[in-house]
Write a protein that binds this ligand. Structure first.
Ligand code: 1GP
Length: 245
């Protein structure tokens, strides 16, 4: 089954959770342990990537995860180095509010021939970086969307929808001290029919629930698995809170 269909089937019934693993943060064996615990906690898939991903680490980790896990492995590339064939799909994304054409369409053009040859499933996605923006905001030369300007985020989402993208990711930046504001999530969700992903700075069940209630379809967390002593329990806290009616 295609990964996008897998998403859409689940989303008919409930919200989803994805765990982001940065291959640079641990060995591939450790990444497998983290991913296994996250899946036991209720994560619906694993995203692999980071703003400064090293392709050698990525290849190793992706291969290990792909051989040992049953949930989809989705690439979340920070650059053209974030591509490997050991994955089920790739978020084929454009950093819409970058001021540098490289991050809007340059990297995508360089990567497209390889992705076509690899035959992994591309999922077209608009990516918008909100204050504080973290490493991705800096690396991606983003003109950060102010937190109190939900209409700006909604306008970008509408443009993404009109351009034919099917997913939209509101990103506060990995490790952000505060997640994307609920009002912004609400405004984006109300303005489009896109599948809405929200991530950056979500650390508790309450944070996740607020984002899901505001309209996020898919919640992404990364940093919490790097810090948690009991990964399964921590992910389960997040997952339960977004599945509550
Ligand atoms: C980063 O949105 C993701 O791209 C996850 O952020 O590491 O803060 O959970 P955190």
């Amino acid at each position: 089954m295609k990964v996008e269909d897998y998403f859409n089937n689940i989303l008919k019934e409930r919200k989803m959770h994805l765990t982001l693993i940065d291959p640079e943060e641990q060995t591939s064996e450790e990444a497998l342990k983290v991913a296994t615990a996250a899946i036991q906690g209720g994560s619906d898939g694993i995203m692999l990537g980071g703003s400064t991903t090293d392709n050698i680490e990525l290849e190793k980790t992706a291969k290990t995860l792909k051989e040992n896990l049953d949930v989809p492995i989705i690439l979340f590339p920070g650059n053209i180095s974030g591509i490997t064939s050991h994955a089920d799909a790739i978020f084929f994304m454009t950093l819409l509010n970058s001021t540098n054409p490289y991050w809007i369409i340059g990297a995508q053009a360089l990567a497209a021939p390889t992705i076509k040859k690899m035959k992994i499933e591309p999922i077209p996605m608009g990516y918008l970086v909100i204050e504080p923006g973290g490493t991705v905001g800096w690396v991606g030369d983003a003109k950060l969307v102010p937190r109190e300007k939900p209409d700006i985020a909604a306008a970008y989402a509408m443009a993404a929808e009109l351009l034919g993208m099917r997913l939209f990711y509101l990103e506060a930046g990995s490790g952000a001290d505060k997640p994307v504001p609920a009002e912004m999530i609400k405004r984006v969700k109300r303005s489009t029919n896109l599948t809405l992903i929200v991530g950056g700075g979500i650390r508790t069940g309450e944070d996740a629930r607020r984002a899901a209630k505001a309209g996020a379809d898919i919640i992404v967390t990364g940093t919490i698995v790097e810090n948690a002593t009991n990964i399964k329990e921590k992910i389960s806290e997040i997952v339960k809170s977004i599945r509550k009616p």
